[in-house]
Design a protein around this ligand. Structure first.
Ligand code: ZN
Length: 338
């Protein structure tokens, strides 16, 4: 580890909310007990990173910090008490950096609900840097055969989509609406297919619907057309579940109206402000509305396995660290396909 003691690295740092990230030379962080130092190979850029850097949340991270929570890299140094990982191994560093391990949620396999959790790229420096320190208990091994530029978004967007589909409680052969075919949505369509669901893709942009069709959606619906929910009801008898990744407030009501009785609507996208809940159909059709956050470590192993078996791909742009602000702007203005 001594070779890293006085080494420096490039990193993209949030110095002030809503301002461009600053590319800086910083000391390479050194791993403590139960930590490893990872040389970053690929780091996904997610809308969550933009929200963190813009200070969009009720609880703000402390500045300065380095965002990035979809990190793939190689272990180059070990802290004390690390036995299960070795130098040279490729790992993924996900959103969940650490949880308490003791609360009712941690004890019941729902660690993503732990109130004491630390998140990569928010409370702990993330992967928009040449090196990152990771927690041995929460990193995941990445197979050599898996493209790191595919593995990185699977750690965040893929995992969130996969978990949301599990939370929908849909069964193989059933219809699932995927609303919003962006970074999450286009991966969600592929997971849904791989899990045996029949997919109804909903968006307001034709190129995104074309992407959904290429990803395996059977029905592709332009939500700007009139009576789209009635159409889905006629064609399928109503969807068994819906996964809303869009953050347009109207997307929620449309997805809800596409459900059959007993259906479940899972919310992943977060529109600014509140969205009205149509109580009448929720009560009379016994609908369920629930949120879903990131998956657990066990979910992550499953999500990566689908990708390793070639069942999930991502549409992506590869950029250099110095282009981080351009990448953020592209996401802010919806100029990203996939
Ligand atoms: Zn906990």
């Amino acid at each position: 580890m001594s070779e890293y003691r006085h080494a420096h690295m490039k990193a993209a740092v949030v110095r002030a909310f809503g301002r461009p990230l600053v590319i800086e030379e910083l000391p390479v962080p050194l791993p403590g007990p139960r930590q490893v130092l990872v040389r970053v190979v690929a780091s996904g850029v997610c809308h969550t990173d933009v929200h963190a850097a813009d200070g969009d949340w009720p609880t703000l991270p402390r500045v300065p910090f380095i965002p990035g929570h979809e990190v793939v890299g190689d272990i180059v140094a070990l802290g004390d008490d690390v036995e299960e990982l070795a130098i040279g191994e490729r790992v993924g560093v996900p959103w969940l950096y650490a949880t308490c391990g003791q609360c009712e949620y941690c004890r019941s396999g729902r660690e993503t609900l732990c109130p004491l959790q630390l998140d990569t790229g928010v409370q702990v420096n993330g992967g928009f840097a040449e090196y990152v320190v990771a927690n041995v208990s929460y990193v995941v091994r990445i197979p050599e055969t898996l493209d790191p530029f595919l593995a990185a978004p699977v750690l965040g967007a893929g995992l969130a989509s996969y978990k949301g589909l599990k939370e929908s409680e849909a069964q193989p052969g059933q219809w699932v609406v995927v609303s919003g075919i962006g970074g999450l949505g286009h991966v969600a369509v592929q997971y849904a297919r791989a899990m045996g669901f029949r997919v109804i893709a909903v968006d307001v942009q034709l190129p995104k619907l074309a992407l959904a069709a290429a990803c395996g959606a059977e029905l592709c619906i332009d939500a700007r057309e009139p009576n789209v929910a009635e159409l889905v009801q006629q064609d399928t008898g109503g969807a068994h579940a819906a996964l809303v990744t869009a953050d347009a407030p109207e997307a929620f009501a449309t997805a809800l109206a596409m459900l059959r009785s007993g259906g479940t609507c899972v919310l992943l996208g977060m529109p600014p402000g509140d969205v009205p809940l149509p109580v009448y159909p929720v009560v009379t059709k016994r609908l369920t509305v629930r949120g879903s956050i990131e998956g657990t470590r066990a979910d992550l192993v499953e999500a990566l396995d689908f990708a390793t078996r070639g069942l999930v791909h991502v549409t992506r742009d590869v950029r250099r660290l110095e282009e981080i602000n351009e990448a953020f702007d592209a996401i802010r203005h919806g100029r990203v396909q996939g």
